[in-house]
Design a protein around this ligand. Structure first.
Ligand code: SF4
Length: 292
């Protein structure tokens, strides 16, 4: 059995990794964007972002002051665990003091703050059973600037692919520079209202540069990525070639009378960390192989 205390310790390390060092695919995409920008203003913005990332990694301090709310995706393999939800919550509370994380989590009406990033349904934990011989947890600290620009629409089936493209364009134009571009778009198509939003966020877990295995979806990802990058919002909304670092789509079959579409926006600080805990106590961090 994997002890709760180990899960709690791993959650603290995952959060330290996530908020102080971006995964390689995100950092590489920012480096490429800097190399291809030709205008001075967007190049300067990207250089500032890259300098900031390097300083945060050196000092092991958060990349951005908004360390988000903590969203977990857990793959519960064929291993025994105790009170997983409580152990993750304790890890988040400890990380808030030890990393530190900004205490962002509040009651939605009273705005009361427990100061430890815990609350009702927070941290938010998605659990999926798998047959793997280990427990895998991914945390996505999600900042408000990008989350606030996310959108969901119940299109009619007759609006079809044209409606989906128009919705993506409208969402991006409305967002402008507010979500701290260059951004990553996670898109969920189909299912129901709640499923489309859920899979839009799941799409943000896919490493940049990887496409959906369905060739039609992969083609739509490439088309939308290229078209939306032409808009010219640019790094931090100051113009330039790089508005998007990536765009990933997940889909689900839906009711014949529905076409739900959701867009979850992620800022350049696209933080995520994955940990695998084996029954013998070994822990791997595939997104942060060298540690934070
Ligand atoms: S949107 Fe992202 S980069 Fe901008 S303040 Fe929020 S977490 Fe930081």
């Amino acid at each position: 059995m994997i002890p709760d205390s180990l899960i709690e310790d791993v959650v603290v390390q995952m959060l330290r990794n996530a908020v102080t060092k971006l995964p390689h695919d995100v950092e590489d995409a920012l480096v490429r964007a800097h190399a291809t920008e030709t205008d001075e203003v967007p190049r300067t913005q990207l250089k500032t972002i890259l300098d900031n990332i390097a300083m945060a990694e050196d000092a092991v301090t958060p990349i951005c002051q908004d360390t988000g709310v903590q969203i977990f995706f857990v793959k519960q393999g064929a291993v025994e665990t105790g009170d997983l939800v409580e152990a993750i919550g304790r890890g988040v509370a400890r990380a808030t003091g030890e990393v530190p994380l900004r205490p962002n989590t509040v009651h939605p009406i009273t705005r009361a703050n427990h100061k430890d990033n815990r609350g009702v349904r927070m941290p938010y934990i998605n659990i999926e059973p798998t047959a793997e011989p280990y427990l895998e947890m991914t945390v996505m600290p999600k900042g408000a600037g990008s989350e606030n620009m996310s959108q969901m629409a119940m299109l009619t089936p007759s609006q079809g692919i044209k409606g989906i493209k128009q919705f993506a364009l409208d969402t991006l134009v409305r967002a402008g520079g507010k979500p701290c571009p260059p951004i990553i778009i996670g898109m969920g198509i189909g299912g129901s209202a709640d499923i489309s939003i859920h899979i839009a966020k799941e799409a943000l877990l896919r490493p940049l540069g990887e496409h959906h295995p369905d060739p039609d979806i992969a083609a739509l990802e490439k088309e939308l990525y290229e078209a939306l990058n032409e808009i010219g919002i640019g790094p931090m909304g100051l113009g330039g070639r790089t508005t998007l670092l990536g765009l990933a789509i997940e889909y689900a079959h839906c009711h014949t009378a529905s076409l739900p579409v959701a867009i979850n926006i992620q800022c350049w600080a696209a933080r995520r960390c994955t940990a695998r805990i084996h029954p013998d106590g070994r822990v791997e961090y595939p997104t942060h192989p060298g540690g934070a």
